[in-house]
Design a protein around this ligand. Sequence first.
Ligand code: NAD
Ligand code: ZN
Length: 362
Amino acid sequence: MKAAVVNAFGGGFAVEDIEIDEPRGREVLVDIKASGLCHSDLHFSVSNFGMEPPMVLGHEIAGVVAAIGPDVTEFSVGDHVVGSLVQFCGACQACLSGDTVRCAHPEATLRAPGEPPRLSRGGEPVLAAMGTAGFAEQALVHENQLVGIDHAVPFAEASVLGCGTITGAGAAINSAGVRPGQTVAVIGLGGVGLNVVSGARLAGAARVIGIDLNDEKLELARAFGATDVVNGRNVDAVAAVQELTGGGVDHAFEVIGRQETAMQAIAMLGVGGTASLIGIHGADSKIELDPNDFLRWQKKVQGVYMGHANIKRDIPFYASLFLQGRLNLTDLVSAEIALGDIDEAYEQLRTGRTARSVITRF
Ligand code: NAD
Ligand code: ZN
């Protein structure tokens, strides 16, 4: 099958013919119909985050079940599915409490050492990164990482549910617990940040302030429910938010992964406000905290992993909101591209012009 392989960090994505094994145990063979280009895969392709080449990245997938392993109970051939990088065993204390993003044994979803690899090239293993390896014609995915989806949801929109939506909307709804009437600022309005805007609106926020450096993104944010927008290129974002809210927001979300914007998120909080950090930072990034700022002004800061999602609960929920016209997924899909266009599409993402490019031609 065709797959976009990362052969070296920073070397881009090369479309090659590689081999995919038969499904074993609880694995599902998925014909990929749509695969979103999250910014995280760009990070993972240029530096070592614990995954090493040769590897197939891609973790925002939607497709059709082509075959199932002998122990699969949840899916049948022909089902439409969405996949996520959240790996959980389903049996540990965290999983049993519903906190599947805190699973103690995520490796339970992968093949054991000594078993043949899921992906290979000329007899040599190729890493099926995150257990999804979605930049390919097909993927072998443990059934815990898949969720059945209504056939009415188009594949491109469905794919974004697998990361952008559960992370962004989940950050507002699950992690931050935004309440009706609160004020929210979102710094970075890409595929994830726009979903934070959606989540804040769904949670009933009175004001949702979108901040980006790109005017097109600010316009787009309004289509997701932003009530105010600020271009951080022209004005001091912290001062602008303080002025708009008369002292600072209840919740600020950093959705880029930069020291400067993470510190802005903390600085723009009002008394008792919470900063939620979502963007992935480079290894040398550090943020400075003033302890007195936290004492006197009772600020809080938290990291957000995958929107504290429970994918089996949250993905069907967001899909139903989309079908009811209450969650905008359509405007997230900036372009439908071919498997061979990944490098070019990531170059556009770096400039901040696109929300999500989605591979729909393999
Ligand atoms: P993206 O590239 O689509 O969006 C980033 C946005 O930030 C762009 O719109 C860009 O114009 C804007 N931006 C850049 N610099 C800015 C600045 N100084 N001020 C204001 N805006 C600025 O990326 P994405 O796919 O939405 O992902 C966002 C981040 O979240 C990435 O770091 C990604 O790796 C990370 N992520 C984290 C999790 C998690 O579980 N924590 C999950 C998914 C993605
Ligand atoms: Zn992602």
